[in-house]
Every structure is written in structure tokens, then in C-alpha cells.
Design a binder for this molecule. Structure first.
Ligand code: NAP
Ligand code: 8YV
Length: 321
């Protein structure tokens, strides 16, 4: 195929399957990070026509690669890529939607149950020998039974989460900017209205200027003292200091988090709380799902150079494909 000598850049770390599969067909160039473009000569940078990235791809790197046509981003969320700059330069950006929906939805249910029923703490108790020495682990004060669950973001993953919750016989409602016509779940026009109506808020929205800090003190207050927040979307959508205060002073009861404001940093105040369940951004992190994501990254690059069309371009650059 004609793509054999096309130069594709990987800035920073990426899933090994992306590197291995790209190396079979393309000239692979690697730099330590998106800020290290000067490690390549001007002549080499001028040859780069594709890129695959997990994380940051700033406008400065696009400027350093004058012939760049496509950036294939690993993950469904692509907030690390400056898509506005890419669209302005005519560069197509792709992401990895759908292939991770089931894994992320499954993890969300697990995190919800862990938060309510404190299973990780119960296991730690057993492993420390305390069951035999001190007797049964304390009863959990919370249960999933009878909860009113609100989903913030009923997109590809949010819908999978909602459908998994149906057999748990909980009441389900949601907030998005526009109601999803085809579902029977109750729609709320604002996030704060949703929070007021439920006692369990699951957030699975992208990181955008609009969602930044949207789960704030007012929303947490509306969720109330029985309230539980589960965040599997992005850490930026939560006002993290406000959440820590709300967990410390009983404004809400508990939180289950997979994502944080400044990953991989997790504030000590959160780690010290026993009414939180914390995961290190692992919602999609099984080998089969990460392999499927890696394949979609590579298949997008191949499709672009073979057909001039990407498989899963992000909406902001879809018109270029
Ligand atoms: P999606 O299909 O695009 O769904 C996004 C949902 O959010 C839509 O329902 C959208 O509805 C809603 N939304 C967007 N902006 C909103 C706003 N300002 N206010 C209220 N609702 C808003 O995306 P997805 O595939 O489900 O993924 C969602 C996000 O989950 C990703 O972008 C990523 O950040 C995160 N994620 C995290 C992990 C993890 O490992 N923890 C894994 C996968 C994904 P409207 O457009 O109608 O508002
Ligand atoms: C990945 C994610 O962990 O798809 C996403 O948006 O947050 C996760 O599936 C991440 O993108 C890979 O670093």
C-alpha cells in the first residue's frame, strides 16, 4: 500500500499495540512528549503526515508539523487535543467511541456499589485479619435499594449506565443540554434541578468549557445529606475543593471517583476520608477494551491514508473527513 513510507509521530506514551501496529505500515517517529518537537530536525518534522496520541496534543505541536493531516487520539474524551486549532489548520482528529461503552458502564456500577456498600473497606478489613479478631465488618449505612439516580450526560456511555441500572429497580432520571427523545427516563432541564430531584448523581459528561466546575457547591447542596456523587467523566467537571468540603461536613454522604482535577495527583484530604471510594482512572482499563481502543486508533490512521476518510472523526473536524 502507498502508506508504507508515510511518517507518523507518537508524542509521549501510548498503548504498545498502537506502536506495534503502526510500525508495521508506517515510518514511526517518537518523541518524549508533545513539548519535545525540537528533538526532530525541521526536515523530519516536515515529513510527518499523521500522529497518534494518548493525552496532550497542543497547537504548538501542530504548528511544528506543517504537513500534518490526521491526529488519532486514544480515548473517547479528547480534551487533551486542541481540536479548535486542528480544525482551523484542516487537521482531522479522531477518537475511540463505543468500543469502551460496556467496560466503562460496568465499572460505574461497580464504583457505585463500592461507594454505597463499602466493599473495598470490607475486603481490607478481612485481609487485615480483623474479621476473625474483632467480628463482622460494620453494616453499611447506605444501600442501592430505593435510590433515585440522576445521570449527568446520557450519551453513549450514560445510556449504557442507565440501562444497567434498570434491573436494580432504582428510579432513573437525567440531564443533558437537549432531551434524548427515545428514552423513558425523566428529563431535568438543569443540573441543579436534577441534583434536587435525586439522591445519587452519576456524572459522565466530557470536559468542555461549559462542564468545567459544573458540579459545584450549589449542586452538592441540592444533592443533600443522603447524596452520593459518582464521577467517571472528567475531574475538571467537579469543583474538587467544594466536593472535599461537602464530604467533610456532611453536605453529601459519599462519593465514588475514577477521575480527578489534576491526575495523577489525588488530594490527601480525599485519601483520608472514609466516605469515598477512589479508583485511579481505570474505567476502561481491561486488556480487551484497551486493545479495541488501540485498534481503533490505528484503523483510523490507516483509513485516512487509504481512503481519505477517518472512521471516527470527532464532530469538530468531521466536515474535513
Ligand atoms: P457522548 O456520547 O458524547 O455523551 C456525552 C453526553 O454528555 C451527552 O449526553 C451530552 O448531551 C452530554 N453533555 C455534553 N455537554 C453537556 C453539558 N454542558 N451539560 C449537560 N450535558 C452535557 O460521550 P461518551 O462516549 O458517553 O463519553 C462521555 C465522556 O466520558 C467522555 O468525553 C470522557 O471524558 C468520559 N470518559 C471517561 C472514562 C474513564 O476512564 N473514566 C472512559 C470513557 C469516557 P447533550 O449534547 O445533549 O448535552
Ligand atoms: C482512557 C478515557 O483511560 O476514553 C476516555 O476518555 O478517559 C479512558 O478510556 C484514557 O483516555 C486513556 O488514557
Amino acid at each position: 500500500m502507498s502508506s508504507e513510507r508515510i511518517a507518523v509521530l507518537i508524542p509521549g506514551r501510548i498503548h504498545p499495540r498502537v506502536r506495534a501496529r503502526l510500525a508495521e505500515r508506517f515510518e514511526l517517529l517518537e518523541i518524549d512528549s508533545a513539548e519535545a518537537a525540537e528533538a526532530l530536525s525541521e526536515e523530519t518534522r516536515a515529513r510527518v503526515r499523521g500522529a497518534a496520541v494518548s493525552g496532550k496534543f497542543p497547537a504548538t505541536l501542530m504548528e511544528a508539523l506543517p504537513d500534518l493531516q490526521v491526529i488519532a487520539s486514544f480515548g473517547v474524551g479528547y480534551d487533551g487535543v486542541d481540536v479548535k486549532a486542528a480544525a482551523a489548520r484542516g487537521i482531522t482528529v479522531t477518537n475511540t467511541p463505543d468500543v469502551l461503552n460496556d467496560e466503562v458502564a460496568d465499572t460505574t456500577i461497580a464504583l457505585l456499589l463500592n461507594t454505597l456498600r463499602r466493599f473495598p473497606a470490607a475486603e481490607t478489613y478481612l485481609r487485615a485479619g480483623r474479621w476473625a479478631e474483632e467480628g463482622p465488618f460494620p453494616l453499611s449505612s447506605m444501600s442501592l435499594k430505593g435510590r433515585r439516580v440522576g445521570i449527568h450526560g446520557l450519551g453513549r456511555i450514560g445510556l449504557e449506565i442507565a440501562e444497567r441500572l434498570v434491573p436494580f429497580k432504582v428510579d432513573i432520571s437525567y440531564h443533558t443540554r437537549r432531551p434524548r427523545g427515545e428514552v423513558s427516563f425523566t428529563y431535568h432541564e438543569s443540573l441543579v434541578e436534577l441534583a434536587r430531584a435525586v439522591d445519587t448523581l452519576i456524572s459522565i459528561v466530557p470536559s468542555t468549557p461549559e462542564t468545567k466546575g459544573s458540579i459545584n457547591a450549589e449542586v452538592l447542596w441540592a444533592l443533600g445529606p443522603e447524596g452520593v456523587l459518582i464521577n467517571v467523566g472528567r475531574g475538571s467537571t467537579v469543583d474538587q475543593p467544594a466536593l472535599i468540603r461537602a464530604l467533610q461536613d456532611g453536605t453529601i454522604a459519599a462519593a465514588g471517583l475514577d477521575v480527578y482535577a489534576d491526575e495523577p495527583q489525588v488530594p490527601e484530604e480525599l485519601i483520608l476520608l472514609d466516605n469515598v471510594s477512589l479508583l485511579p482512572h481505570v474505567a476502561s482499563a481491561s486488556e480487551p477494551t484497551r486493545n479495541a481502543m488501540a485498534d481503533l486508533v490505528v484503523d483510523n490512521v490507516i483509513a485516512w491514508f487509504e481512503t481519505g476518510k477517518a472512521l471516527t472523526p470527532v464532530p469538530e473536524t468531521a466536515a474535513l473527513s
